[in-house]
Design a protein around this ligand. Structure first.
Ligand code: C2G
Length: 139
C-alpha cells in the first residue's frame, strides 16, 4: 500500500484544494491530510481561518480522496509524521517548491510538488465576499 501525505489549512474548501487532494491520492492508495490547527494558523501563519479546525476537518473527511486527517501543530512535525505514518510520498502545491526537499534527505519518502490551480485562493474568496478578517467564531 503506497501512503501519501500532504499539509494545509484548507479553509473555505475550494476546487483548488480538491484538485490537489485528487492528484495527491492518485500517487498512492492512502492519503493522510495534516490539517493546520487554529493555534498553528494564528501563531505560525498569521492566518485566522474562517472555519475552525473541527469544521475544516469535517469537510476534509467528507472527501473521497482523504483517508485520514490529523492536526498540524508545528512546522517541525513533518519528518516524524512521515516516519510515524510510513509515508512513501510527500506532496505539496508548487507554491512550496523546494521548501520541503529536506524530507527526501531525512526520510525514505519522495517529495512531489504539484502545480497549484490558478485563479482561486481562499484569500481571494474572502476578499471578494468581504470576509477578510472575519472567522467562524465571529458569527
Ligand atoms: N492549493 C492549490 N491550488 C490552489 C490553492 C491551494 O494547489 N489554488 C494547494 C496548496 O499548494 C497546498 C494545499 O492546496 O498544497 C493547501 O493549501 P493551503 O490551505 O493554503 O495550505 P498552506 O497555507 O499552504 O499550508 O506546513 C505546510 C502548511 O500547512 C501549508
Amino acid at each position: 500500500m503506497k501512503r501519501v501525505i500532504t499539509y494545509g489549512t484548507f479553509d473555505l474548501l475550494h476546487y483548488g484544494h480538491i484538485n490537489l487532494l485528487r492528484r495527491a491520492k492518485a500517487l498512492g492508495d492512502y492519503l493522510v491530510v495534516v490539517l493546520s490547527s487554529d493555534e498553528f494558523n494564528w501563531d505560525s501563519k498569521q492566518k485566522k481561518s474562517y472555519f475552525n479546525y473541527e469544521k475544516r476537518r469535517q469537510l476534509l473527511e467528507a472527501i473521497r480522496y482523504v483517508d485520514l486527517v490529523i492536526p498540524e501543530n508545528s512546522w517541525d512535525q513533518k519528518v516524524s509524521d512521515v516516519n510515524e505514518y510510513h509515508i512513501d510520498t510527500f506532496v505539496m502545491g508548487d507554491d512550496w517548491a523546494g521548501k520541503f526537499d529536506f524530507i527526501q534527505e531525512e526520510t525514505d519518502a519522495e517529495v512531489v510538488y504539484l502545480a497549484r490551480t490558478p485563479e482561486i485562493s481562499t484569500s481571494q474568496i474572502k476578499a471578494e465576499l468581504g470576509l477578510t478578517g472575519k472567522t467562524d467564531d465571529d458569527k
